[in-house]
Design a protein around this ligand. Structure first.
Ligand SMILES: Nc1ncnc2c1ncn2[C@@H]1O[C@H](COP(=O)(O)OP(=O)(O)OP(=O)(O)O)[C@@H](O)[C@H]1O
Ligand SMILES: [Mg+2]
Length: 311
């Protein structure tokens, strides 16, 4: 289990928007979060991302689990260039690279060799740092950046383009590119397909299908969800419900649910009208009985008094 959301309550004012919402996310799970406009999808994502408070319930997440969240219509605001901003995702690697270059200079310095113990330490530190750099994708970072930028439609852009000069839609796409490079254990995307053309959309679908972490995606694009997710969580009337399968499967299950509910309703309606019929008949019968009884009572009294007179 990567993350567990249990009984979340969120109110804006008096009425709850979320009223006991549950959500479990397993490693590598692909979840589509759906619901009508205003159902509370973005609210739930913000809460899980730790960007919004909540009024009840709990969220369990292990310390090591990394989360990435891209808000609905969020463009990247930055003073950097495209390349600088993407490289900044790998700041830990560029720092390691700088350390390695420094160590190489030290190793090549004849003065360092005078103290054998110190020199052996330096070599060992260098080997460790070098392995770490390699294991964390240090040699692939530039290729990864180029590939994601190309996929997100920035192939023709100079890497030196200042982000401030990009359009709103381009800033949104760049924000998406950056979060893909961050590659968190759980990637939460709120309507990521807005502003994407077909080529970019197809590239994103393929990229996310091969993504090694878990996904929680809000989208109104059913084809996108169909290709990507294996679980649908629906927020309806402030509560959550889980459906296993892609979006088409969810629609089938919803249709079947609706039919069962309709049948139940019709059955109930049938029972109600039978009951009403029964009540009506019995009201008549009851009143007839009452009338008959009072008639009988009246007639007994009358004959008793007659008898008295006669005697
Ligand atoms: N900060 C806020 N203050 C007050 N009400 C809010 C706030 N944020 C959201 N709401 C309300 O909460 C409800 C849920 O909003 P939310 O944005 O989570 O819906 P959504 O499911 O993401 O909708 P959409 O599909 O349109 O993006 C809406 O009625 C919205 O007006
Ligand atoms: Mg929303």
């Amino acid at each position: 289990m990567l993350l567990q959301v249990s009984g979340i309550i969120k109110r804006f004012g008096v009425d709850p928007i979320l009223d006991g919402v549950n959500l479990q996310i397993l490693e590598r799970e692909r979840i589509g979060l759906v619901g009508v406009n205003g159902a509370g999808k973005s609210t739930l994502l913000k809460i899980v991302a730790g960007e919004m408070s909540y009024d009840g319930g709990q969220i369990f997440k292990s310390k090591e689990t990394t989360l990435g969240y891209l808000a609905q219509n969020s463009g990247l605001q930055s003073d950097r260039t495209i390349w600088e901003e993407m490289m900044n995702v790998f700041a830990h690697l560029t720092q390691a690279e700088a350390d390695l270059r420094q160590m190489e200079r030290d190793i090549a310095d004849p003065a360092q060799m005078e103290d054998e113990k110190k020199y052996a330490d330096l070599l060992e530190r260098y080997a460790k740092r070098s392995d770490w750099f390699k294991d964390h994708g240090g040699y692939e970072m530039e290729t990864r950046i180029r590939s994601v930028l190309h996929g997100m439609g920035f192939g023709e852009f100079s890497p030196d383009t200042p982000i401030a000069t990009l359009s709103g839609g381009q800033k949104t796409r760049l924000a998406l590119a950056r979060i893909l490079l961050q590659a968190p254990d759980l990637l939460m995307l709120d309507e990521p397909t807005n502003y994407l053309d077909i080529a970019t959309l197809t590239w994103l679908e393929d990229y996310l299908r091969g993504y090694s972490g878990a996904l929680l995606v809000v989208s109104h694009d059913r084809y996108f969800l169909d290709r990507l997710v294996t679980t649908i969580v629906e927020i309806e009337r402030h509560r959550s419900k889980k459906y296993t399968g892609n979006y088409s499967r969810y629609m089938e299950l919803k249709a079947a649910e609706y039919e069962t509910q309709m049948k139940q309703y019709e059955k109930q309606q049938g029972e109600i009208s039978k009951m009403e019929d029964f009540v009506q008949k019995n009201i008549v019968r009851a009143s007839t009985t009452k009338r008959a009884q009072s008639r009988r009572k009246a007639s007994t009294k009358w004959s008793a008094s007659i008898n008295r007179w006669v005697i």
